[in-house]
Design a binder for this molecule. Structure first.
Ligand code: G6Q
Length: 542
């Protein structure tokens, strides 16, 4: 199907006109006029109760947004992704993270080859390794069991593992410690290992390319640290280092036995890889059964996305709502607010997923876009944010749509904490939507001069995602929900959500300057005057 430029799609024009009506309508009025609003704008699917009624929408809005999805070829693009078409056009690659969580008997073809058996072969190898480490059968060089696991990776090879470890800590093996080193700042490595015993420490070097500056620098420092602690015995490397990569020759060059390498494929993007072998640290922490349960949750959401009509399709609805505010209300950001301490790294994880995917300025055909693409995602766990930046969401001049994420059951029942936590979620979404008028403020006995300061306009939109309990499967569903919401938005904007040339740029720029900082003789500098002066100043003081 050929797709028109976004602004020429009929639904786009209709939405632009419809926005003129909607911008003046208050949620108070929309709720007042319709007793069944909450019921109508709620979807209960895949273990997620998704209430999107507190959005600035009507039936007409949803009809037009769904029409836009159709006119944008979303159906065809979903099929193309699952079919293994090379939808990552600028890198000429398939995008098959959905194959990472497909059941053993599924068939997903990549260049005519069924990749599902390959995926399960790696998962089985990971499970065997994880079981051996967790049981103590796998021993370090001096015969001690492994008690500490340090994942070294960055970007997609770090953010998913960190987030998943924190999110699923409740299910983790508590007799082991898990650390994550990503930054090339030596402090990250030094602090991660300062109290560890090398005899009991296993490093996982996670890097798709095995050439990333930060990761390779940290990996070499880890090797030096280990050898220093184990009397320089090179044979210790095999017991204390494993690799997750697509690049066997670089892994071997580093000195890791490729028998201890866990592979993945170029059709897995870094930010879509936490459920591949990149999740080895997660599997070591929570065990293979829990890891498979997480994959099961991902797969349930994949199937929901692939087969459910758009009007009840969670990722489609979430993606369309984000686009509605981004492109028509001019909202620049989306706040993600998990009311669950274990999800404290979830916003950071989502920042990469959403912004690296949809931070693009040209279409797949290379034409500059004349509409806004990826919004900025940010957030902190509740209730902490309420005591800081919520002020701006409630009373500032910007519109910030929010995703509130909460669980009905807590994993740590402590007194009345959980009821208090959840009361805050509901109270916040209510206050954001309905606000407080000057009359209401006056009626509380507020002096006139103070009234304007205490007025809340309301009409600030939010989604509420209510789930039963945080489990490995729930986490898988949540991550896949956002992955496919990002995809939905990217398809409508006609951008390549799967490349990251901005990241690649960062990988080469510093390489030019490193020798200029380190050279013994004064280097000839040909940067701009600012960069030249900064380099000289650093050289003088280092
Ligand atoms: C993710 C990006 C990027 C990547 C890192 C690490 O989608 O491509 O964040 O994951 O740059 O790359 P390596 O895994 O190759 O070290």
């Amino acid at each position: 199907m050929s797709v028109l430029h976004l602004r020429q799609r009929p639904a786009w024009g209709l939405l632009a006109a419809h926005y003129q009506k909607m911008k003046g309508l208050h949620l108070k009025q929309l709720f007042g006029e319709d007793a069944k609003r909450a019921e109508r704008f709620t979807v209960d699917a895949v273990g997620i109760f998704f209430d999107y009624s507190k959005n600035r929408i009507t039936d007409e809005t949803m009809k037009l947004l769904l029409q836009l999805a159709q006119e944008s070829g979303l159906r065809e693009q979903i099929d193309a992704m699952f079919r293994g078409d090379k939808i990552n056009v600028s890198e000429e690659r398939s995008v098959l993270h959905v194959a990472l969580r497909a059941p053993r008997d599924a068939t997903i073809l990549h260049d005519g080859h069924n990749v599902v058996p390959d995926v399960h072969a790696v998962l089985d190898k990971m499970a065997d390794f994880a079981n051996r480490v967790r049981s103590g059968a796998w021993k370090g060089h001096t015969g001690k069991r492994i008690r500490n696991v340090v994942n070294i990776g960055i970007g997609g090879s770090d953010l998913g593992p960190v987030m998943a470890y924190e999110a699923l800590r409740h299910y983790s093996e508590r007799s082991m410690s898990f650390r994550f080193v990503s930054n090339v700042d030596g402090t990250d490595f030094a602090e991660a290992v300062h109290d560890l015993d090398p005899e009991e420490t296993l490093f996982i070097i996670s890097s798709k390319t095995f050439t990333t500056l930060e990761t390779m620098t940290n990996a070499h420092s880890a090797r030096d640290w280990l050898l220093a602690g184990l009397k320089g015995e090179q044979s210790a490397i095999a017991k204390h280092f494993v690799a997750v990569s697509t690049n066997a020759s670089e892994v071997a060059k580093f000195g890791i036995d490729t028998a201890n390498m866990f592979g993945f494929w170029d059709w897995v993007g870094g930010r879509y890889s936490m459920d591949s072998a990149i999740g080895l640290s997660t599997m070591l922490a929570i065990g293979p059964d829990n890891f498979r349960a997480m994959l099961g949750g991902f797969h349930e959401m994949d199937e929901h996305f692939r087969t459910t009509p758009f009007e009840r399709n969670l990722p489609v609805l979430m993606g369309l709502l984000a686009l509605w505010y981004n492109d028509f209300f001019g909202a620049q950001t989306v706040a993600v607010l998990p009311y669950e301490q274990y999800l404290k790294r979830f916003p950071a994880y989502l920042q990469q997923l959403t912004m690296e995917s949809n931070g693009k300025h040209v279409t797949t055909a290379g034409v500059p876009v004349d509409y806004d693409t990826g919004p900025i995602y940010w957030g902190e766990p509740g209730t902490n944010g309420q005591h800081s930046f919520y002020q701006l969401i409630h009373q500032g001049t910007r519109l910030i749509p929010c995703d509130f994420i909460a669980f009905i059951q807590t994993l740590n029942p402590v007194g009345r904490h959980h009821d208090m936590l959840i009361a805050n979620v509901f109270a916040q979404t209510e206050a954001l939507a309905f606000g407080k008028t000057a009359e209401e403020v006056k009626a509380e006995g507020t002096p006139d001069w103070l009234v304007p300061h205490r007025v809340f306009e309301g009409n600030r939109p939010s989604n509420t995602l209510l789930l039963d309990r945080l489990t490995p499967a729930t986490l898988g569903r949540l991550v896949a929900l956002y992955e496919h919401s990002v995809f939905t938005q990217g398809v409508i904007w006609q951008i390549d959500s799967f490349d990251q040339w901005g990241v690649e740029l960062g990988k080469v720029l510093a390489q030019r300057i490193i020798p200029q900082l380190e050279s013994g003789t004064e280097p000839k500098l040909e940067h701009d005057s600012s960069t030249n002066a900064l380099i000289r100043r650093y050289r003088k003081g280092r």
